[in-house]
Design a protein around this ligand. Structure first.
Ligand code: GSH
Length: 198
């Protein structure tokens, strides 16, 4: 299977880390895409032209990152990163929170990096920043008792690293001791070290 990704996409990184943690071999192809300039190779795999897309060996493709994550976990029956028991929904909720923070950060990035200066809408940027702070506060509470490696914590550290990498909003780890220790623990793992955004 082949992952269409980019070295800076936080959603692609989530599934790249997951594949490494699951021990799944993954061919990777970097594609350059922007909302205003799509890559035809990506559109062929994902009609929405969004990264990541996973091309399977039979030529079918899967998207978005949450579907790819479920698929990868389903390939490894004994895996614990997305449990089948009741804790599954806590893991999925933490993934949803982290992905929501990342979505808001990516929108701010497009607004500040792509949009012509005269059209930048500062109220809208501030609204995204409010979502990011609220999401981070909820994640800080969610990691009061667990620092386990699972799909939720992987998504969380990818979100944190994207905010740091793009310098979006206030430093996310300041005054958030639980997120700081989660970040330090997971960032030291080979899967994260091999996929640092660049
Ligand atoms: N919900 C999607 C979000 C994917 C996404 O927004 N990817 C960005 C790159 S980080 C993208 O491809 N943007 C291009 C576009 O929006 O046209 C997922 O989880 O995969």
């Amino acid at each position: 299977m082949k992952l269409l990704s980019s070295p800076t996409s936080p959603f692609a990184r989530k599934v790249q880390v997951l594949a490494r943690e699951l021990g799944l071999g993954l061919e990777e192809q970097a594609v350059a895409t922007l909302p205003t300039k799509v890559d035809p190779a990506l559109t062929a795999a994902n009609p929405l032209s969004k990264i990541p897309a996973l091309v399977l060996d039979d030529g079918e493709s899967l998207y978005d990152s949450r579907v790819i994550a479920e698929y990868m976990c389903s390939r490894v029956p004994a895996q614990t990163l997305l449990p089948a028991d009741g804790s599954r929904f806590d893991v999925l909720r933490r993934q949803a929170l982290a992905d929501g923070v990342t979505d808001a950060a990516v929108l701010i990035r497009y607004e500040t990096f792509l949009r012509p200066k005269e059209y930048v809408w500062s109220d809208w940027i501030r609204a995204q920043e409010v979502k990011i702070q609220a999401g981070l506060d909820a994640l800080e509470k969610a990691y009061a008792t667990t620092h386990a490696v699972d799909l939720g914590s992987i998504a969380t550290v990818c979100a944190l690293d994207y905010l740091i990498f793009r310098a979006i909003g206030a430093p996310p780890l300041e005054q958030r001791a639980n997120l700081r220790s989660l970040y330090d623990a997971l960032s030291a793992r080979d899967s994260f070290r091999a996929t640092v955004p660049r």
